[in-house]
Every structure is written in structure tokens, then in C-alpha cells.
Ligand binder design. Structure first.
Ligand SMILES: [Fe+2]
Ligand SMILES: [Fe+2]
Length: 285
């Protein structure tokens, strides 16, 4: 008999979802490989998507935004939060698995090596800090996963669409039309996406970073839109322009894994400087 999977935490580590996405979007895939994503999704990843699609309702998203996006969980520096997030990887293999901070530094380093602006490097450094939601007690399906709009019809470009009938919103006809509760080209700022680490880190950092960086943080997991071109009927002209940056960011998130470990000692002064250029010592979380 197969071992049952813990209902609230199917993934061994939060990174298992990122690893799956990296495989799914690796370069050189044929259309057929691409449609055949189930071949790459193991049992835990499949179970993770089942929960994500079943439980991310419009009500859920609204309640989590109310809970977290008012930033009432105290003040911490970016570095304190990075250290706190590192406590998430206790079970991983220290020889092969990167810590959360190492993934962030690796992403940032890859961006820096390509000569991008400093705010772009900084976006790389902070983009996954919202995963601290897990340490606040949120289930994996409420922290990571490809994001998608709620309150309107689910695009067929979303992975594992067969899990959506289990979502309570599927029984609400108003939420299942093409536009749902939204207007034509209303702009993504007016659209509720499934809740996760993207929205949280965007809200935490929005006052301090340029708009382009804000888009990268807020929409980096919105694969149905930035990789598959879905939901353009909800996007406005500014979203279209800004998504160029979201697309520029994505390869660094996907392919920065598995390269050599960043040398903390060596690069720390650069990043300390960079963080203090944009952020005050402590910010609201
Ligand atoms: Fe992420
Ligand atoms: Fe990431």
C-alpha cells in the first residue's frame, strides 16, 4: 500500500513546486511534451495542485489579503526576513539543496551578471521572501503554485484544469463567465489572483521599488498569463507593457537553480549596499 500523503503538506519541501515548474518550462520542449505535463508531475505535485485548485476561492483570496496585506506582522529588515525564511529548509539535504537565501542570491547574481539595473537585481533578491507565509502557518497550496484569477472563468491554459470542478466557485455562475466579476481590460490591479507568496512580497515592497520590479514580484508565478498569453481580456495597456519585464524576469527564476553556490562572504557587501539603497533598515511585514 502506498503511504498516504499528509493532507495539508503534500510537497516534501516548498521548493518541489519550483523544481516542477523549472522542468515544465525548460527550453527546447516540444508542444507535445508541454501538453503532457502529467508525465513530469509526481504524486505529491499532483496532490499539491489538487488542493490549490480546490481551495483557492474568491472568498479565500479576499480573506487572506485582508489578513496579510495590511502588513501587521511587525517590522523586520530584509536580511532578518531572509534568515527567518531559511528556517524553512530543515529537512532538506544540505549537500544538494540550496537554502532559500541561496536561491534568492543565485537568482540575483544571474541577473547582475547580465548587466541589468540595480532594482532588477534587487527584485531577484527578494522575489521569494513571501514564502514566509508558510512559517506563519499557511498551507503550501496558499503559498506557492502557478497563480490564476479567481472570480471569473478558469483559463484552459492553467495546469490541471480537471481539479477546478472541486472549487466551490465552480458552482457560482457569476464567477464562471469569461469576465466574471471584472470588466473588459479592467487592469490586473483590479483582479484577484489566487493567493500566495507573490502578492505578499509585492505588498511588502511596493512602496520602495519601481513599478517594473513590482510587476515582477507580483506576477512571477502567473504562468497562464506571462507564459501562455491567457487573460489578456482583463489586462490593460500598462499591464501589457509591464509584462515585458515579468517575462524578462522569469528565466532567472527558472534556470538559476543547480548552479554553483553563491559565495556569501564575497557578495554580501554588494547586496548590503543594494538593499540599503532602496529599503529603510526595517520594513512592515
Ligand atoms: Fe516564487
Ligand atoms: Fe523563485
Amino acid at each position: 500500500m502506498m503511504k498516504p500523503i499528509a493532507d495539508n503538506a503534500p510537497l516534501k519541501e516548498l521548493d518541489d513546486w519550483d523544481d516542477f515548474v523549472a522542468i515544465r518550462y525548460q527550453q527546447g520542449k516540444s508542444e507535445e511534451d508541454f501538453r503532457n505535463y502529467k508525465a513530469d508531475a509526481n504524486r505529491t505535485v499532483t496532490e499539491f495542485y489538487r488542493q490549490n485548485h480546490a481551495y483557492q476561492t474568491l472568498d479565500f483570496v479576499r480573506s487572506k489579503k485582508a489578513e496579510y496585506c495590511s502588513l501587521k506582522r511587525g517590522k523586520k529588515s530584509i536580511w532578518e526576513m531572509a534568515e527567518y525564511l531559511n528556517t524553512l529548509v530543515d529537512d532538506s539535504d544540505p549537500d544538494t539543496d540550496l537554502t532559500q537565501t541561496e536561491h534568492l542570491l543565485q537568482t540575483a547574481e544571474a541577473i547582475r551578471k547580465d548587466g541589468h539595473p540595480r532594482w532588477f537585481v534587487l527584485a531577484g533578491l527578494v522575489h521569494d521572501l513571501g514564502k514566509v507565509l508558510c512559517l506563519y502557518g499557511e498551507s503550501q497550496w496558499a503559498v506557492v503554485g502557478d497563480t490564476f484569477p479567481v472570480g471569473c472563468a478558469y483559463s484552459d491554459q492553467i495546469i490541471f484544469p480537471e481539479f477546478f470542478p472541486a472549487n466551490a466557485d465552480s458552482a457560482v455562475p457569476e464567477y464562471q463567465t469569461e469576465y466574471g466579476i471584472y470588466g473588459s481590460h479592467c487592469g490586473l490591479d483590479n483582479v484577484h489572483l489566487s493567493f500566495g507568496h507573490d502578492e505578499y512580497i509585492y505588498q511588502v515592497t511596493r512602496k520602495y521599488l519601481p513599478e517594473e520590479a513590482g510587476y515582477m514580484l507580483r506576477y512571477h508565478s502567473f504562468y497562464p498569463a506571462h507564459r501562455h498569453g491567457a487573460y489578456r481580456h482583463l489586462m490593460n495597456d500598462n499591464d501589457e507593457r509591464m509584462f515585458e519585464w515579468v517575462r524578462k524576469f522569469n528565466p532567472y527564476d527558472l534556470y538559476s537553480k543547480g548552479r554553483e553556490r553563491p559565495n556569501m562572504q564575497e557578495i554580501r557587501p554588494y547586496y548590503q549596499d543594494l538593499v540599503s539603497e532602496f529599503f529603510p533598515d526595517k520594513i512592515d511585514w
